[in-house]
Design a protein around this ligand. Structure first.
Ligand code: ADP
Ligand code: MG
Length: 370
């Protein structure tokens, strides 16, 4: 089922003491987007940008201040959560400690009324199906305290799936897991989503997580959508400085620069020759993989040290025009062997270089002169 958000807006009244009335908080600001049927959308942004509020609006726990929500052609904006057919895994998921796994998963089915009411056998079949999907059938008799974090998370997902929801909403479902388990569980979520083909929104502040499992990502900041697209497209064509900085590990390197007569200058050095960009000061973003070690490269940096990060080597250096305290460039290990002295020079891969306007921080498109 597709989900359509139309000008979705949520304001919370500002709180203040006495005469000092604070301004309203716009947690979600004019969010318009059509989520295609059967896709997994990663909703990504820093803490406080409005991710949980967006999910709460979609599942019906909160009412929008403005705007509408459609499931396929049906306007669900005023439906209660029970009537929307949404499965939700909350940020601070809590299983009932006194119930075993089977009872925890079955819980949402116990309260179904009227036509939806299920017999004991039907419930058992549903619970087994949901438990099978997340591969915890052999744990049904255990209590939550007897499960690992990853297993508890699977129970929470099974509990969200047991009502055969039309939409699955996952709010930072992996944040309580350790690094290895996070990797494993996110693959698991992807597998379950593919298998069930339930339209799913996966909220996270971890760009790596969102990039790796999403069909589409939505990057949010202060309630405003910054960019929507396939993960690789957004990485390769960030709409603005915020998106460029938010995606990628190691992060993009940002320099103060300027365009003068078609030359892109960082410090005194011309690092690229551009066509069609008017003279102006700019932020220059260079992805770590955009540097090529080169004896007569255009950008000269002060060498700090090579740093081995698993299979990659990153060269750590500094430059007076760099906004980051250190510049990280990823190069292949062999080209590092000849590093010596206290300077290092880089040529740049133009497709890994981005220019951003100083005023609104929007990306400035450019062509390079060969
Ligand atoms: P995220 O999930 O991205 O961390 P939230 O959606 O929880 O962000 O919050 C977005 C903004 O709305 C934050 O500034 C938060 O303080 C505010 N907010 C969230 N819920 C409420 C609420 N019930 N009352 C007032 N402000 C809220
Ligand atoms: Mg949240």
């Amino acid at each position: 089922m597709k989900i359509v958000l139309s000008h979705l807006t949520k304001k919370f009244p500002g709180r203040g003491r006495g005469n000092k009335k604070k301004e309203d908080v716009t947690a979600v600001n004019d969010f318009t987007f059509e989520i295609p049927d059967g896709t997994l959308v990663g909703l990504l942004g820093p803490s406080g940008c409005g991710k949980s509020t967006t999910l709460n609006l979609i599942c019906g726990l909160q009412k929008p201040t403005e705007g509408q929500i459609f499931f396929d052609e049906e306007d669900v904006t005023s439906l209660t959560p029970q009537k929307r057919g949404v499965g939700m895994v909350f940020q601070n998921y809590a299983l009932y400690p006194h119930l075993n796994v089977e009872q925890n998963i079955r819980f949402p089915l116990e309260n179904l009324k009227g036509e939806e009411k299920l017999s004991k056998e039907e419930m058992r079949a549903r619970v087994e199906e949901a438990a099978g999907l997340v591969q915890i059938v052999d744990l049904l008799d255990r209590k939550p305290a007897e499960l690992s974090g990853g297993q508890q998370q699977r129970v929470a997902i099974a509990r969200a799936l047991v009502k055969l929801p039309r939409v699955l909403l996952l709010d930072e479902p992996l944040s309580n897991l350790d690094a290895r388990l996070r990797l494993q569980t996110r693959e698991e979520i992807r597998r379950i989503q593919k298998k069930t083909a339930i339209t799913t929104i996966f909220v996270t502040h971890d760009q790596d997580e969102a990039m790796s499992i999403s069909d589409l990502i939505v990057v949010m900041r202060d309630g405003l959508v910054q960019q929507i697209g396939k993960p690789q497209e957004v990485y390769d064509n960030p709409a603005n400085l915020f998106v460029a900085k938010f995606l990628g590990t190691p992060p993009i390197n940002i320099f103060e620069g300027k365009v003068v007569n078609g030359s892109l200058l960082i410090g005194e050095e011309t690092v690229l020759t551009l066509k069609n960009v008017p003279d102006q000061p700019v932020y220059v973003g260079i992805r770590p993989e955009g540097f090529i070690l080169s004896e007569n490269g255009a950008l000269t940096c002060r060498l700090s040290r090579p740093e081995v990060m698993g299979r990659d080597v990153s060269i750590v250096s500094t430059h007076p025009a760099s906004q980051n305290p250190v510049i990280r460039s990823i190069v292949d290990a062999e080209s590092c062997e000849h590093l010596s002295g206290d300077t290092v020079r880089f040529a740049l891969k133009p497709r890994k270089v981005f220019l951003f306007a100083k005023d609104n921080e929007a990306c400035i498109p450019f062509d390079t002169e060969k």
